[in-house]
Design a protein around this ligand. Sequence first.
Ligand SMILES: C[S@@+](CC[C@H](N)C(=O)[O-])C[C@H]1O[C@@H](n2cnc3c(N)ncnc32)[C@H](O)[C@@H]1O
Length: 300
Amino acid sequence: MLYLVGLGLSYKSDITVRGLEAVRKCSRVYLEHYTSVLMAASQEDLESFYGKPVILADRELVESGSDKILTNADKEDVAFLVVGDPLGATTHTDLVLRAKRQNIAVEIVHNASIMNAVGSCGLQLYQFGQTISMVFFTENWRPDSWYDKIMENRKIGLHTLVLLDIKVKEQSIENLARGRPIFEPPRYMSVSQCCEQLLEIEEKRGTKAYTPDTPAVAVSRLGSASQHFKAGTIKELSQYDAGEPLHSLVILGRQCHELELEYLLEFADDREKLRADVLADQEYFKPAPWVPPAEEEDSD
Ligand SMILES: C[S@@+](CC[C@H](N)C(=O)[O-])C[C@H]1O[C@@H](n2cnc3c(N)ncnc32)[C@H](O)[C@@H]1O
């Protein structure tokens, strides 16, 4: 059996009881180690908690070497651990499909994900549209296809969850070209860098999917002891230090409900300013006001 086990967002003890029971009976345990990190537990912490070795699985192993992970999984139990939910945000459906093609049974043990825990910022999950990923811009690679998705979400009033890039075990172009297995230190995009990139692309596109004054919420280290929320405009958050990773951002949709706003005000430096910013932002994309048809002329 291949078990895909969600670890939850932060602590080694966030694993579910069913997940822990599965891990304890597995002969090999892999930890997916390139799309997210468990903030309050190291590899060693997990190993002593589970009472067995944990193998770190980088992108290469999962995407190109998955046969290694699946070796003998038709005869013994293998666990593939994913921070958050195994099918939340990053879906590991490819691994599931490969396992099924080899007649390996698969069981998925779910857990909390950034995709649902983000509701703790006070915005209602029902009011979220398409989630987007923001990657680190380089000098000559500044992808902005996500801009259209924000536009679509905002046009119909929905909030946008922005997940931020993580670079773990990346090689510099030079080391890659020379085949040197030297890896850069891990990098995690911050809320401020994400907001700077948002502002740069709005300036370039100029079609006002959002503006520097559009309200947003910085979400840091959700589910950990130091989790924190900050509500402000995109411009304000581009200068905000959200501290240690992991960070996410939510760009507000224009139909912010009064209860959502009340919750958000708790996270604002200046409550009255945030209220005014949210109300002003809601004017964007409003459908034209309904005008009653002209009354038909009385014919007699
Ligand atoms: C590609 S997603 C992986 C999501 C994970 N599988 C899950 O279900 O939560 C990783 C990104 O989600 C966001 N994220 C994940 N956990 C977070 C947390 N606890 N607090 C804030 N952002 C988080 C960060 O932007 C991070 O770079």
